[in-house]
Design a binder for this molecule. Structure first.
Ligand code: APR
Length: 233
């Protein structure tokens, strides 16, 4: 492919696996160990907010102990070199892209690192432990919730994502199983807009048929290899 005018990158939990953060659906993944119905839905939070908040405290602690890996760093290099021509959308709620110096990251599933008020939607940096009794700093309501998108909720920034998909000529999915909508269908929208689609993943996925090209291997190896080829264009 000649030098793309606009690259759309979608990352999933697999890009952070080699940083020590568990994925969701791999063997031994989070949803094999925990029941997402009891932790990642609005009903679960309404039923037992303390239990949900404790789970996200543990995840936030794991994120704080993790470091970006060569895949995050390579994407940041690409964004810096192709200024303004790379849209980076992540399903991840960690901040490893930001800590790898990615200039702009669109978190479609929210972020572990902010808390959100259920009453006034105020957002603020989440404390290491968010408690049911912690009031919203803006309106005093409680309990406050993690600023992540739960199952059954609408992801963030969908208009901005749709606009970038319609304009991109290369769509790259990295480390995602292609099982959760609408993220799993973004490759389809990109193809419909005429983009070339590439999957960089450890194994083939449920939506592999949406990709013109698939390269298999650990992200920390195959993502820098891909970026070096892009930078040599
Ligand atoms: N390098 C590349 N890919 C990897 C690696 C690795 N080192 N390790 C795992 N993978 C791949 C797996 O093969 C799998 O295809 O990453 C993918 C991870 O899939 P999931 O665990 O389903 O994570 P993800 O696709 O991001 O999940 C999407 O589901 O639960 C929700 O909100 C949550 O954002 C999450 C969404």
């Amino acid at each position: 492919m000649s030098k793309p005018a606009h690259v759309f990158i979608l990352t999933g939990a697999g890009i952070s696996a080699e940083s020590g953060l568990q994925t969701f659906r791999d063997k031994g993944g989070l949803w094999a160990k925990y029941d997402w119905r009891a932790l990642a839905t609005p009903d679960a939070f309404a039923r037992d907010p303390a239990h949900v908040l404790e789970f996200y405290d543990l995840r936030r602690q794991a994120v704080r102990q993790a470091q970006p890996n060569p895949a995050h760093e390579a994407i940041a290099r690409l964004q810096q070199r192709f200024r303004g021509r790379v849209t980076l959308v992540t399903q991840n709620v960690d901040d490893l892209h930001e800590r790898a110096d990615s200039p702009e990251v669109i978190h479609m599933h929210g972020s572990h690192l902010t808390a959100r008020c259920c009453a006034c939607d105020h957002r603020w940096p989440a404390p290491s432990q968010l408690r049911v009794s912690d009031p919203c700093p803006a309106c005093g309501a409680r309990p406050c919730r993690p600023d992540v998108v739960w199952f059954g909720e609408i992801p963030h920034h969908l208009d901005q994502i749709a606009e970038a998909l319609a304009d991109c000529d290369l769509f790259v999915a990295i480390g995602t199983s292609g099982t959760v909508q609408p993220a799993a269908s973004l490759a389809h929208a990109a193809r419909a807009a005429g983009a070339h689609t590439l999957a960089l993943n450890l194994q083939r996925t449920e939506n592999s048929n949406l990709f013109d090209e698939t390269r298999l291997g650990p992200a920390s190896r195959i993502v820098p290899e891909w970026v070096e080829r892009m930078l040599a264009c």
